[in-house]
Write a protein that binds this ligand. Structure first.
Ligand code: G3P
Length: 222
């Protein structure tokens, strides 16, 4: 089964998906926050709003080139709400930060995972999730689906789950599920596209027309 998250900080689009119960939670990173024009001071209020709307996990990414800064920022993000999970970039410093946060009992996601050995170490230190970037692996001339499938195989039976990111089409969501991936995050428009079918719409129009006929008062017998 695939759990879907929305990869956006567009409050209207995220709020709509949460209200409709179409996603489990929200993933963000500094680029996504900047694209949404969010101010740092507004973040706690917005995140708590998503949680009130039913987000079971909201992923916020720590930052800083040094360990101490990353840990300090992680603490500030975590203080926003218990449902906040901490994303950490999969750099050498990030791995050490992730291990410390895991020891402290935090839910940790290592993000921008590009290599299978990184997946192995992530499982070894006990992070809850890794986020390989499927589309960006393809952009780099690699086979994103194949590489994520290898990671999924390596992680099988561990407590570390792939939450695939940079997922740019509903077809990629399906291909990931076929390869054993159980969580993904995508932009709102990709998730909306996953709901759409011209044939389903035509079938629904047929049902509506039939129902109209059933509800119309029968002509009196002559
Ligand atoms: O979560 C990662 C994502 O934001 C990157 O997506 O499509 O810009 O590679 P994309």
């Amino acid at each position: 089964m695939m759990r879907c998250f929305v990869d956006s900080a567009d409050d209207a689009a995220v709020g709509a998906l949460l209200r409709e119960r179409l996603v489990h939670g929200v993933t963000t990173n500094p680029t996504i926050l900047a694209a949404a024009g969010l101010e740092w001071s507004a973040l706690p209020r917005i995140v708590r709003g998503w949680i009130e709307l039913g987000a079971s996990e909201v992923f916020l990414q720590t930052w800083g080139s040094e360990r101490a800064a990353m840990l300090e920022h992680a603490e500030a993000l975590r203080a926003i709400a218990p449902e906040v999970a901490i994303k950490v970039p999969a750099t050498e410093v990030g791995f050490g930060v992730a291990a410390t946060l895991v020891e402290r009992g935090e839910t940790v996601l290592l993000t921008a995972v590009y290599e299978a050995p990184q997946a192995l170490v992530a499982a070894s230190i006990g992070v809850r999730y890794i986020a390989p970037y499927v589309g960006r692996l393809d952009d780099a001339g690699r086979d994103g689906l194949q590489e994520v499938a290898t990671m999924a195989e390596l992680l099988r039976g561990s407590g570390t789950e792939i939450l695939a990111a940079s997922v740019r089409s509903p077809q990629v969501m399906v291909a990931l599920a076929e390869r054993g991936v159980t969580a993904c995050t995508a932009r709102p428009e990709v998730l909306r596209a996953a709901l759409a079918s011209a044939d389903a719409d035509a079938a629904a129009r047929g049902f509506e027309a039939a129902m109209d006929g059933l509800l119309r008062p029968a002509a009196p017998d002559r």
